[in-house]
Design a protein around this ligand. Sequence first.
Ligand code: FAD
Length: 416
Amino acid sequence: MKRYSIFSLARNALTGHKDWHKVWRSPDPKPYYDAVIIGGGGHGLATAYYMAREHGLTNIAVIEKGWLGGGNTGRNTTIVRSNYLFDASAHLYEHALKLWEGLSAELNYNVMFSQRGVMNLAHDQHEARDLIRRTRANQLNGIDAEWLDRDAALAFCPVLNGDPGIRYPVYGSTLQRRAGTARHDAVAWGYARGADAMGVDIIQNCELTGFDFDQGRITGIRTTRGSIRTPKVGVVASGHSSLIADMAGIRLPLESHPLQALVSEPVKPIIDTVVMSNAVHAYVSQSDKGELVIGAGIDHHLSYTQRGGFDVVETTVAAVVELFPIFSRLRMMRQWGGIVDISPDASAIISRTPVDGLYFNCGWGTGGFKATPGSGHVFADLVANGRPNALCAPYTLERFSSGALVAEHGAAAVAH
Ligand SMILES: Cc1cc2nc3c(=O)[nH]c(=O)nc-3n(C[C@H](O)[C@H](O)[C@H](O)COP(=O)(O)OP(=O)(O)OC[C@H]3O[C@@H](n4cnc5c(N)ncnc54)[C@H](O)[C@@H]3O)c2cc1C
């Protein structure tokens, strides 16, 4: 892999940018791989990267039906934090956050991770009690978490509406200072580049259409670019996971809903943190280009259309203007949707399946971007070694029959 540095940048600038190399190859699928990962989003590419780097598996492929990062990875609002309530989630998301902190250096690719802090607002005493409980739980798990009272919250983010008479006044807020945002598609590209350099084949425009089995074991996959023999398949297809599980005769406990986001016209720096409000179903940050990046609650109908209803945009914008009257004259420039895979306890499924050699990593719903490095890291271990490590053991499919749920609806921060 050609390393990027200030010197390569300067050299290319002075020589007309003619010497940049392709960031990854575009190979044709081989007839056999030791393992195949389905889905070229951040999670799938991170999985392949760690399988090669940590488990020495380099005869592997990632197949992607569209383009890298074209799913939820390239559609999300990029909030990264680890302040989840339960121990299992706190440990997994904190593992991811620690990987985020060294990711640009590790990949030699700038993922623009910006630790600008994330606030979760409380609007009344009940919400405050919930959030203070979560703050204390985070502290017990060694996660940086603070509780800000109303004045401290308004001082930390002065553009918030401080009027106590509004429908949802600011009562207080959690703050995780190490949390923040990252550049979504750079994460996919950075992992793709790193994996490709270790020999992983990354195959775009190649859709999985079926599996081959022999006596309850995976023996291969069928794709729009031919059949591939392989003993191991890891599926990381977010909103399309249940369709793929269906190809193997497995019913996953997932619902697929559209989740929308929108951005405003670019403005000068006005908000230097991320503000989330579960009650009003809106959250805001500002991108490096100056656009306000705004997220919403899910559309409540099931769909695979990758766009949502106008009513959600309308209520989200109304909520944002209530929280930040200063934004009321901004024009909204773009709106889009992704299909999120929501499990009954709002936690991920990182699991073996009843089919030998077939593994799923899904159910990240509205909040999996933040987990990308950690999710790839633990899933790589699961697929490579065939047994869950301590971080992913709580996320098996069996929990939906045993009742050992990881109920994170409260910390998911997007209402569903
Ligand atoms: C609007 C929106 C805002 C969000 N905001 C946040 C946020 O702020 N913070 C956060 O943590 N999370 C957020 N999320 C959730 C986050 O985006 C996802 O959890 C995460 O990106 C999932 O990554 P992934 O790699 O698993 O999935 P994806 O990036 O969706 O990748 C899956 C890939 O599988 C491919 N695929 C599907 N079917 C097949 C097939 N049959 N054959 C081959 N390939 C296939 C798809 O084309 C896709 O590229 C948001 C999501 C949306 C939609």
